[in-house]
Design a protein around this ligand. Sequence first.
Ligand SMILES: Nc1ncnc2c1ncn2[C@@H]1O[C@H](COP(=O)(O)OP(=O)(O)OP(=O)(O)O)[C@@H](O)[C@H]1O
Length: 259
Amino acid sequence: MSFIEIKNLTVKIEDSVILEDINIEVNQGEIVSIVGPNGGGKTTLIKVLLGLLKPTSGIVLIDGKDPYYAIKNHMIGYVPQKSKQELDFPVGALDVVLFGLIGKNLSKKEKLDLALRYIEYVGMKGFENKIFGRLSGGQQQRIMIARALVSDPKILILDEPSTGVDVVAQESFYEFIKRLNQEKKITIIMVSHDIGAVVSFSHKIAGLNKRLHYFGPAKDFLTKENLQKLYSADVSLLIHSDECLTCQHFNPMMLEIRH
Ligand SMILES: Nc1ncnc2c1ncn2[C@@H]1O[C@H](COP(=O)(O)OP(=O)(O)OP(=O)(O)O)[C@@H](O)[C@H]1O
């Protein structure tokens, strides 16, 4: 049995089909990125994995368990899409990380030690007492990752982590995700619109637009056919260099999709 199993998953909301007959298997330690057009159902799929939304039909198992059980038992760490609400948090960075340990049966001292260790791990040592809302986008993102990791989950789920982060910060963010995956052998599920970047470091890609149009190795995803199926027929690929899609050393960071 795979580590994450999604079988014949269909989700309907108020009679509209949002996800239809989705089948995904993820092995432990894999990085899987979910890509697809706006409204394609990416966040809905994440909500199902987080136990926030019940499938209309089909099966979702995380290490053989129901998602609700997995969340309750700190098996999943979640980094949400950046929102205004989070920006307005009137709390310090350390407190934000400590929120990730709510419900864990640990002493105050153990929780503090863990939170400080993870703040250091994400490269934010020295920022413990800064107001979260006054940190930069990239710094906030690192603190939110520390919050998600502090309870030692088996899976990290990130919803559009590069939104609002500048290009330099984005690159070091992707390096960080790669290192995290290698060091902790943690399974990573990431929603992203940044196809070029995620293709270069994910093991698998899930191309989602109500149905799963592609699920397989990241290296085989970037074909015109796959992208046209996923993003509708009028898509064209723009490569910001004199390289081309069929070139062996094509740099996917240079890819942009135009409708
Ligand atoms: N609670 C809800 N009630 C009604 N419709 C909903 C609800 N949640 C999502 N939807 C619809 O489901 C579809 C998929 O939404 P979802 O947020 O999962 O897409 P997405 O791929 O994450 O989009 P984006 O890339 O824009 O974030 C959309 O058409 C959306 O309007």
